[in-house]
Each structure stands twice: as C-alpha cells, then as structure tokens.
Design a protein around this ligand. Sequence first.
Ligand code: T4K
Length: 396
Amino acid sequence: MKKKIKDLAVFGGTPLFDKTLHVGTPNTGSREKLFARIEDLLERNWLTNRGPYVKEFEEKVAQMVGIKHCIAMANGTIALEIAIRALGMTGEVIVPSFTFIATAHALQWQGIKPVFCDIDAAAHNIDPAAVEALITPRTTGIIGTHVWGRPCHIENLTRIAGKHNLKLLFDAAHAFACSYKGRMIGRFGDAEVFSFHATKFFNTFEGGAVVTDNDELAEKIRLMKNFGFAGVDKVIYIGTNGKMNEVSAAMGLTSFESMAEFIEANRNNYLYYKEKLMPIPGIEIAPYNEKEKCNYQYVVLEIDASTFGVSRDELVKIFSAENIRARRYFYPGCHLMEPYATLDRGSMPKLPRTDVLCERVLTLPTGRTIDKTDIDKIAALFMFVHNKSNEIKEKT
Ligand code: T4K
C-alpha cells in the first residue's frame, strides 16, 4: 500500500484503482431468474399496461411497507409529479433545497413554486421550525425528503401540516426498506414516493412508486398515470403516461429476492468505512440508527477543510485521479440551480445550513462491488492526504 501511495496518479504515477469505483453502481439479483421472467413475459406477449408482473410487484411493495396501495410508476420523478397533482397542491409548496433536483422540478414543472427551506444540520433533513416560518396564504403543501434514507422529523411535520391544513408528501426516493419508530417508511404523510432508479440499492432499471392508505387518492393516481382511462374508450380525468413496464417489474421482483444481500453488503461497508475513517481528523460520517430498518445505501461524509487539511472539492479531484468517483450530492443545492437561481434572484432564500453542508458533503462508493480491501485503500488515501497537507502546513 505504501508503495502504491507513493506512486499515486496525483504525483504522475498510476491510479490507485485500475477500475473506476462509482457511487450508484447498480445491484442486480439472480440473472437466471430475471431472464426467466423476461422470457415468460415475452412468451405472454404482454409488455406493459396493467401487466401481471407490475401487479405482483405492487402487491409485494405494499405488503413490505404495510400499506393498502402501491402504484408503480415509470420513475420516481413522474411518481412525484402525479402525487403532487393528485394531492391538489398548487401555489407554493415548501421543500428542502438539500435534495435531488427532481423534488423541486416536480413542482415547478406544473407551475407550483418550490419554496426552499433550510435543513436541520445534523439530520440533513428539512427543519420543521424553518418550515413553519415559510408558510403563507399561498402554501398548499410540504414535501420532506428522507435524505440518505434517514427519516425526516415526521411527527413535527405532520403536526405542522395538520395545524395549517396542508398536504404532506414525503420524497422517500432514498428510503425504500427503511423504518421510523418501527413503522416502515411509506406509511407517513398523505403519501410517499419511492425511486427504483438503477443507482438506487434496489432497482427496476428505471422505476418508482407512490404508496398511500387513502383509497380515493390511490384511485386518482391510478387514473392519472394511465391518461385518465377508467375503462376501454372511457377517459374521466386528465392524465399522463406514468406506467411501469413489465421488464422493470420483472427486475423489481428479482431485486426483492436479493434485497437482504444488497442491504447486508451496504451495512458492512458502512460499518467498515466508519471504523477506518472515524480516527481521521476533520472527517465525520453521517450515522444511521442501528435500531431501525435501514438500507445503508449512501456512505456520506462531511469534510471540515480546516481540520482535515484540504477542501472537499480538492478531495474530489484527488480521488477522481485515483479512479474513485466520490460525489458531492446535492451540491450546490436546488436553490442555486436553474431555473430557481434566476427566478429567486433578489429574493434568494437564506439557507445557511444548506450552504455549509453543500460545501462539506461527500458520498463514497459502496454496494456489492466494493469490499474491505477497497475501503482500506480509500481510508489510506484519506490519511495520506491529511498527513501530507499537515506536512506542507508545517513547512510553510
Ligand atoms: N428524489 C430524490 C431525493 C432522488 O435522489 C431522486 C433520484 C429522485 C427524487 C428522482 O427519482 P428518479 O426519477 O431518478 O427515479 C442519480 C440518479 O440518476 C437519480 O436517480 C438519483 N436520485 C440521484 C441521487 O443520483 P446522477 O445525475 O448522479 O446520475 P449519474 O448518471 O451520474 O449516475 C451516478 C453514478 O452511477 C455514475 O457515476 C455511474 C453509476 N451508474 C449509473 C447508471 C445509470 C452505473 O454504474 N450504471 C448505471 O446504469 O443522478
């Protein structure tokens, strides 16, 4: 390892890893089972539109979450858009800026203003006290993202939504198979939305779902995701095409069979990263609550540049040269991306805790393609960069 460090690509040597490590490398379950299902659906010649695999997948998700309705969708973004519309959100909706851009775009896309809210610095999730301060007569809803699968302040948000008669939707794109106080994520608010994108620990290639216990809402969402069709030649509602196809559902059913292994690999990586990185000054690892169900799909660090020695952005460059693609999710924050940066110019929200986190956060590769040897090398690289920067500081 020492020799390798000396020969690092940043010093003109060879990269630490021959093959690039990514955040979001997809998990695939049994190929035989997936291919058998694809063979079967081709044989049946039923590829989409209320197919049997989609139905089976919806039942499995609903059963796992412990909820009445799961409506599978083509992706998490369309699931958000449809849930927002079916809930009747209009005017202004309060959202965190520290989330993937899809949460904000799903509102703006349909002419609803996302009102960006600051986060609780420790939880990385929307701060309920800040939410309350942003409510105006135009506010119709709140969307909380369970960032990294760590639950929002659910009780406080539920209380605020109830008090002000607002709809409450959770973007649970990161939180499939996670729980809060023993209840599965998916069972909170008016509805919750999952993403099963390829980069999520559990994927359907592309895919998503809305889950809810509300019969009327579920019915509306089912109509909306299928052009408003209530039967042959009978359209009773405005709708779009949000349907999940049979191949995606086949992948989802196959992913279910290996889900425990996917989580186990992520958990082992997280614990090992924690053990190896905790002793390094200036690095904090975002903790998961071991008492809850958790998918551990993101290994998230906060880098304190003054203590660690180099900034998060410098680290990204060094890591990239060594073939480690660490990501700055969700830099620079939705409020600084377009169209929001321009639309809100002059009335730019003050989000100091979001701004600080966006400069510090770094997510590391994990999943089944990473093992302890890789983590040892990554930890040694962190240590090397820290020591080197100290040496330089002492000399100057
Ligand atoms: N809400 C939240 C909170 C979300 O995080 C997301 C999605 C959504 C809503 C919307 O759900 P979807 O409509 O996507 O279902 C990625 C994903 O594309 C996105 O789904 C995800 N969040 C977000 C956090 O991450 P990018 O722009 O970072 O993706 P990309 O293409 O750079 O991929 C990341 C890495 O994954 C690559 O460096 C390589 C690896 N990769 C990716 C793909 C697609 C592979 O190895 N194989 C692959 O097939 O957004």
